[in-house]
Design a protein around this ligand. Structure first.
Ligand SMILES: [Zn+2]
Length: 510
């Protein structure tokens, strides 16, 4: 038979569309042509495949070889098609039985020696392959990624000879053993909350933010531990569910990071402020996920928030509302999930010492104004809580307080508050739409009047008011209360510091 068909998978966003590799050998001058929208790395595949086959002891047919990657309108990138192309040539030339491949899909980049190398986006392909009812063959280096997906039948291979051995019956491959989701990677390597000394307000803010999934902005002079506070967040968040862990692992697989060390821990990403738009939200010719997608189901921490390019920050608005990012390229649209919790930190002014008792601030008023203007009102509106962090006295730093609880104690309360929210409305308070707010959050008459007075005085936007109500609802949930009363609202309003700074700016504060 001079025609062979091998099944494999391409990559589009975090999906793995099916690709069929058709190989035809015909008479004529020896040549090899790949058709079906291949990119450079795929076109170079012919040289790798030829060397790998020869070095593995096979014969490279001296005939006219045509390889078609179907469907033709799907762009194909990377070295992932090397293995199916090699198997196709071997099957078409009768060196391995061609009828064995119908129930299999495979992918892998070939080294010139015939070894099989790591490729990206293996986990989504394994999931899709399992749904199609086939068995997947992946590079050994990718085995860690697929261990999380319990149901699939997967073989991991390290060389071309191992694959052909399996099909000729020389040496049957062993299936990849799934890991036990009950025990794997439940441990957390985030910082424990007990490292935060003093700072009762910061602890409280972190607890509320964790309980309701709220965005949180710390601002204060350098050296007050803003970054440390943010890094404690993963430790007081519940571990991922199995479904979420697979989703997050699929994203890391697509990004080419391989397997996650602690697959059930929520991701914590803190990109540098020089990050480009593509690095932050994703993109490129063949769109890859950015930091906001890598933070899906976890935390995105933006340190030195005003130092980020304003255009880049503006791009966060859409995913903050919809939980996904849509990247449009000439021919196709790619969607990546981006349901993350935003933590941010900033100095109060460019030099950092505005309002500090020890250091005088050396900034001119217009510099401070320009610095703060970089944060647009709409972005600030989308962060539920703002917290001013001040420097601690030496005595507090040296004598840990009695109330310094560990992450485990706080996590127990967070879990309880989250349970209340899911029982009531099947989602976290931070995710309630304004219509759902009306339905699930009922304010008493006195509370409503009181809140209206405050809104008027501070000149808050309607979006900011909704944020206040959501945070207040979480505070009530943390205190196990169905009713929302004035102290809950008052505490939530206290976390809108910067709104007040903005309204004060009209009186010359900024
Ligand atoms: Zn300053």
């Amino acid at each position: 038979m001079s025609l062979a068909v091998i099944h494999t998978r391409g990559r589009h966003g975090i999906d793995a569309p099916p690709v069929t590799v058709e190989v035809h050998l015909s008479n004529g001058l020896p040549s090899l042509n790949i058709v079906g929208l291949p990119e450079t790395a795929v076109r170079e595949s012919k040289d790798r495949v030829r060397s790998a086959m020869i070095n593995a002891g096979f014969e490279f047919p001296a005939r006219r070889i045509t390889i078609n990657l179907a469907p033709a309108d799907l762009p194909k990138e990377g070295g992932r098609f090397d293995l199916p192309i090699a198997l196709g040539i071997l099957a078409a030339s009768g060196q391995v039985p061609a009828d064995k491949f119908t129930d299999y899909e495979c992918m892998g980049e070939l080294a010139l020696s015939g070894e099989i190398r790591f490729v990206s986006a293996v986990l989504p392909a394994v999931i899709a392959c399992h749904k199609a009812g086939r068995t997947m063959i992946v590079p050994q280096a990718n085995a860690g990624e697929v261990m999380l997906y319990q149901e699939a039948k997967v073989f991991a291979v390290d060389s071309l000879l191992a694959v052909t051995g399996h099909f000729t019956g020389l040496k049957v491959l062993q299936q990849v053993e799934p890991v036990d989701a009950g025990t794997a990677g439940r441990s957390s390597d985030g910082r424990d909350l007990s490292v935060l000394r003093g700072q009762p307000q910061a602890r409280r803010a972190l607890e509320i933010a964790a309980a309701g999934g709220h965005g949180l902005l710390f601002y204060g002079p350098p050296g007050t531990g803003k970054t440390l506070m943010a890094s404690c967040m993963p430790g007081i968040l519940p571990t991922l569910t199995e479904q979420e862990a697979i989703e997050v692992s699929a994203i890391y697989s697509v990004a080419g990071y391989g397997s996650r060390k602690v697959p059930f821990q929520r991701p914590f990403r803190s990109p540098h402020h020089s990050a480009s738009a593509v690095a932050l939200v994703g993109g490129g010719a063949c769109p890859k996920p950015g930091e906001i997608t890598l933070a899906h189901h976890g935390v995105l921490f933006l340190d030195e928030l005003p130092e980020f390019d304003r255009r880049v920050l503006e791009m966060l608005r859409q995913p903050l509302e919809s939980g996904e990012i849509c990247i449009s390229r000439a021919a196709r649209q790619t969607r990546f999930p981006a349901n993350f919790q935003l933590l941010a930190a900033m100095n109060p002014c460019p030099c950092g010492y505005l309002g500090d008792k020890k250091h005088p601030c050396s900034c001119r008023p217009d510099q401070i104004q320009r610095y703060r203007r970089k944060l647009s009102g709409p972005l600030l509106d989308r962060i539920d809580m703002h917290l001013e962090v001040s420097r601690l006295s030496a005595s507090v730093l040296l004598n840990p307080g009695e109330t310094d609880e560990s992450s485990g104690v706080v996590l127990a309360r967070v879990l309880k508050a989250r349970h209340r929210q899911y029982t009531r409305q099947s989602k976290l308070n931070s995710q309630l739409s304004s219509r759902e707010l009306d339905r699930y959050v009922v304010l008493g008459r006195a509370e409503k009047m009181w809140l209206m007075g405050i809104i008027e005085r501070l000149g808050l936007s309607s979006r900011a008011v909704h944020r206040i109500i959501r945070v207040a609802r979480t505070i009530a949930d943390l205190s196990d209360s169905d009713e929302m009363v004035k102290p809950h609202l008052a505490e939530a309003i206290a976390f809108r510091n910067l709104d007040r700074a903005v309204s004060d700016s009209r009186n010359g504060f900024l």
